[in-house]
Write a protein that binds this ligand. Sequence first.
Ligand code: PMP
Length: 352
Amino acid sequence: SSVFANIVRAPEDAILGVTVAYNKDSSPDKLNLGVGAYRTEEGKPLVLKVVRRAEQMLVNDNSRVKEYLPIVGLADFNKLSAKLIFGADSPAIQENRVTTVQCLSGTGSLRVGAEFLARHYHQLTIYIPNPTWGNHTKIFGLAGLSVKAYRYYDPATRGLDFQGLLEDLGAAPSGSIVLLHACAHNPTGVDPTIEQWEQIRQLMRSKGLLPFFDSAYQGFASGNLDADAGSVRMFVADGGECLAAQSYAKNMGLYGERVGALSIVCKTADVASRVESQVKLVIRPMYSNPPIHGASIVATILKDRDMYNEWTVELKAMADRIISMRQQLFDSLSARGLLIHVINTFYFPVWF
Ligand code: PMP
């Protein structure tokens, strides 16, 4: 008999389980609102035109080889990713206070950041919003951090529980890590206003809480890349330290290419370079170095002004369509008197 005979079957992942159920359903009208992947009007996956163009250029370039990337990934990709989230004129970048490493999409970036903090940071408690993307609890818990929740969503107002959030972060032990969704909070779709972000920033800085931004949807919330990075930039502008995990899964439609970045903003260039040396020790025994293709696509697009502009137009079109689909769903549910039921069951049903 098998040496694994006693293995107990694990439950299906709650989100991916919806896809399993969807595939089994024979209804011609079915719609899968579970997994967070963009679909066209025809219900098909979308590869951006600018991504196809970048891939063509890469294929035609015979000087390209398949050598290993460094542990930290593609240098151009890292520089351009930092500029994308912190802003092209960010003083922190100019002062070399930011270390950026290419990781396996948003999930991998969060995990590498979590492993680094668990090994080297003095306060091992991380506060995550309630509710949040279900994987956060596991990523940070398995990395060895102690995971606590802060109040975020208020079902009564279907908005932000701002008072609860301030109370919980105000009561957190000094130095605690705080996971913040940079924009497009998953699963509620509720983001703080600029004024609220400013209050959160002041509270966190006064208590020495360490911000860890999860930026999985830059450009998807508003259609504008700079606006969606506003929260992150506010925290970097004050000169303080923070971490940011970026994903290109949604905003470039590169889901399966697993392309993302972890940035750690430090007080000085010297600290940043020592931090990077330790992040490399986290990565090396996990997967050695990241894959080359997706990062090359991103770097090709970000470093060419025309391609960058083309990307922002395609990105805006996706964001606009999402916003209008949500409005239409809201309107047709309201018209049928179904809204209260759906919101109570799933918070917001169409948020990735
Ligand atoms: N953070 C949040 C809030 C997400 O919703 C997701 C994807 N659904 C991710 C991170 C990570 O996605 P990926 O690893 O595919 O970049």
